[in-house]
Design a protein around this ligand. Sequence first.
Ligand SMILES: [Zn+2]
Length: 486
Amino acid sequence: MKKIVVGMFKHETNSFVPGLTDRNAYKKRNYFKGESALSFYRGTNSEPGGVLRALEGEKDIEIVPSVFFDATPGAKVSADMWEEAKDGIIAAAKGAGDVDGMLLCLHGAMMTETTDDGEGDLLRAVREALGDGFPIVCTLDLHANVSSDMVKYSTALFPYHHNPHVDYAERGAEAARCLTSIMRGEKVYTAFCKLPLLLENLSTFSGLMAEAEKECRAQERAGKVISISVCHGFVPTDSSVSGAAVIAVAKDMTAAQSCADNMGKKIWDMRHKLARKFYSLPEALCEIRGKKGPFCFADTSDNPGGGGSGDSTHLLRAMLDAKVENAAFAVIVDPETVEKAYAVGAGNTAEFKIGGKTLPEINGKPVECRARVLFTINISFKNTGVMQTGLKYDLGRTALLKVGGIDIIVCENRFQPLDPEVFRACGIDPLSKDILAVKSSIHFRCNYENFAKRIFEFDLPGLTHFSRDPSKYKRCPRPVFPLDDI
Ligand SMILES: [Zn+2]
């Protein structure tokens, strides 16, 4: 029987968010130790879900669950939280006796109080504890800021291929299959090509990044590499390891390095043409005037899935000022307003100050308005769309407020409303609305593209807005495109 330690410690750190991501933040999302994680993730479109799918069918494999910690993106991770995760992973391996391999589900853009390279430091500590040659295979996010230490101290890395990340489970299963082949004696090598490039959040389902993605898969099919992936990096993080990279895993190092370098050059050559199309609200309203929805409006600059506080009021205020009708807004994260809505009670009307509580100088001031409380309720739901399918989101106490023609979901917990299930959980049929506004940058597309008549993305001030202001980046290695002219 071969023993594999499986664990998860994820965080996408937005270094422009003040404060720390501590144990409480992890407990609000996913904080599991041991067996309880397996039943939570089994059958879901998550990396551990894919790992279990691949390994639980194998007769000679025993899974040793360690820690499974995942918090909503945000401020740097506290040093004690990082220590707890590191200790938990190492203790699970040591406590299980002779273990044969480790599979870690990581993000790759974690900063902590004490390091820019949360995952690189973690892998170094695990490597020191388990020794050279011990197989350590990891999944990474497409938005990883890959460091040389991540590559050096792991055996193989498997970043998601897609943005939106619809392939969590697929990558988990692929990493698990690679790990078992290494445990059977196969040699694999991981190479990376780091680029001095900060990429905005780009879909891999359209445009040049879709072309790059297709070419990566073609190289795999041709047998040049076991795996090749483009990590776009995460631009709301100013760290000494910021930047895009290509990772290749192959049976010989020369092939891995040359494939990574070639794809790296192709991405670099595209850099001037990689841009998203954003709209202003008047432009979008002009395009949909007199037409039946649903149309999707994305508040890309306050995406809680990238560290946004979820209480920016720029888009909500503009929609109210424009007197839009038959609209629903997901979400405003504002415990204070929820508290007041509970006090006012369902069916009643009162004066509210909605959103704008966190960093109003960036996110805008609260929307002062008269609102009717449609209902108050504790909400949690499981994603039914194609991303994170089956995973549960807990909004905490939630109020549905009606202001003008907009039903506004106001909740306590920060989360990215990437799945239209959030509307259904609040009793709103998404198909019945003309406008559905969501605080999400890219991920909502994997679900809304299936039914929205059109999608409009807005680039407003916010914590997930890519400012391209060179003075904001103090730790990122320079020169870097597009902050510098290279
Ligand atoms: Zn990501």
